[in-house]
Design a protein around this ligand. Structure first.
Ligand SMILES: [Cu+2]
Length: 456
């Protein structure tokens, strides 16, 4: 058992047993027969255990770090103090190599959250969210009637990332066709830097066809919790012959639940949806991108007494639109507006691109200062040719405008700003403490795409 590190939480607390213990250690994960991924994970599995906590009931989580690098565990989507949020930038202490640390917090709000490493990776593709250090964190309000026949957790992953100078195909994500209000008049044509990509994928810990199918019976209602746990790319998934009835996004109930054929999730986003099992057969639930699906991002859905080859039928082209899940309610004007302009500085002769928020990479000085109780409208202006899943720690924000479409009632902690797009979101400053904002694509975050909000 590793020694407690100096400065870990008070000795008294350490004497009481933790509610949860997470051990960070190297593992080999067999994602397909005889195909092992060497990575780092929690408690020997990736995803780590599904953690279930009761909203408002304090918990103690002991994190033991059996690796040779400092680590941080971030509780994504929770309102917790900066000291335990799992962000170095906010001042959370790291868990030293070979050390342990206790995180104590009161979990809220209720919903589908997740936990993951928040270590910087930089050019090391075996650190941070490139590893298997993540898992679902379900915060239960005690009011879920649970009217479903099965509850399934689906985490979308890629493995063995590598650098490439080939730009990813944004058009394949279906988001290149929308309005582009932030497209600059003159585009920066300097050569692009190396970006991260992958050719090996899974849902949870199995590549398509390698694990057990989801076994269902006609008439069942299946609740799925989908998480894009990629460090790298946005994803779209479908299940031929079925629709996803979206109930919640990022764990927060949407005002207008809707059925859709395709779910789109940026890294960090979650969707809770139910599926009516009314098309007997054997199907592939997986990425709409043929290369990605065929390289592992899928899972077989098998009806009782059906034994044919799993079928895939491409869905009709759909553009993801957050606003269909929103309300048409009138919106109060914010007290203040904060513009956030995202730009990419192509590497030119350097190796990697640098990402700017309002003209400079992290760290900023004191540009982003919040006053408690004030209602802000954050205007995310994406002047780059990528779509970015931007995440705000320790708060939720409410989507107000998506490329010119107004909406209300959609509470999120992560939102994908389409390439050259603009999304506005309202934020009530009610969680004092340092608060990190960043792109959830690890490389973008590590090369400048982050900013620290402070309270005055
Ligand atoms: Cu990004």
């Amino acid at each position: 058992m590793p020694e407690s590190q100096p400065g870990a939480s008070a000795g008294k607390a350490q004497e009481t047993p933790a509610d949860v213990t997470l051990r960070i250690a190297p593992v080999a994960i067999e994602i397909a027969p005889s195909r092992f991924i060497s990575t780092i994970a929690y408690n020997g599995t990736s995803p780590g255990p599904v953690l279930r906590m009761r909203e408002g009931r304090p918990v103690a989580v002991d994190v033991i770090n059996d690796t040779d690098a400092a680590e941080l565990v971030h509780w994504h989507g929770l309102f917790v103090p900066s000291e335990v949020d799992g962000s170095d930038e906010e001042g959370t202490p790291t868990v030293a190599p070979g050390g342990r640390r206790r995180y104590q917090f009161t979990p809220r709000p209720a919903g589908t959250r997740w936990y993951h490493s928040h270590a910087m990776a930089g050019a090391d593709l075996h650190r941070g969210t490139y590893t298997g250090q993540y898992g679902f964190l379900m915060i239960d309000a005690g009011d879920d009637p649970g009217r479903y026949d099965q509850e399934i957790f689906l985490a979308l992953r890629d493995w063995e990332p590598y650098f490439t100078d080939q730009p990813e195909n944004e058009a394949a994500e279906g988001n290149a066709s929308g309005p582009q209000p932030e497209r600059p008049a003159v585009l920066d044509t300097r050569p692009n830097g190396l970006e991260v990509t992958s050719q090996l994928f899974s849902i949870n810990d199995k590549a398509l066809g390698a694990g057990d199918p989801i076994r269902v019976r006609p008439g069942q209602r299946i609740l799925v919790h989908v998480l894009n746990a990629s460090a790298v790319e946005n994803r779209e998934i479908a299940l031929p012959g079925h629709q996803f009835h979206v109930l919640a996004m990022d764990g927060n109930k949407v005002p207008s639940p809707q059925p859709v054929n395709v779910l789109a999730l940026g890294p960090g986003e979650r969707v809770d949806a139910f599926i009516e099992m009314n098309q007997p057969g054997v199907w592939i639930l997986g990425s709409t991108d043929d290369m990605v699906r065929n390289a592992g991002l899928g899972i077989v859905v098998e009806y009782e007494n059906q034994h044919r080859e799993p079928q895939w039928i491409p869905p009709s082209k759909a553009v993801w639109d957050y606003t269909i899940f929103g309300a048409n309610a009138p919106r109060p004007a914010p007290d203040q507006t904060i513009d956030m302009i995202f730009e990419k500085i192509p590497s030119g002769s350097g190796q990697f691109n640098i990402w700017h928020i309002n003209g400079k990479p992290y760290p900023h000085d004191r540009e982003f200062v919040l006053q408690q109780g004030t209602r802000y409208r954050l205007v995310f202006r994406n002047r780059t040719d990528d779509s970015h899943p931007v995440h705000l720690h320790r708060h939720l924000f409410e989507l107000a405008d998506v490329n010119g479409k107004t909406t209300a009632g959609i509470m999120k902690d992560t939102v994908v700003i389409p390439l050259y797009g603009r999304i506005s979101a309202d934020l009530l400053a009610d969680q004092p403490g340092l608060t990190l904002f960043h792109c959830h694509i690890q490389q973008h975050m590590d090369y400048g795409f982050k900013a620290l909000f402070r309270y005055s």
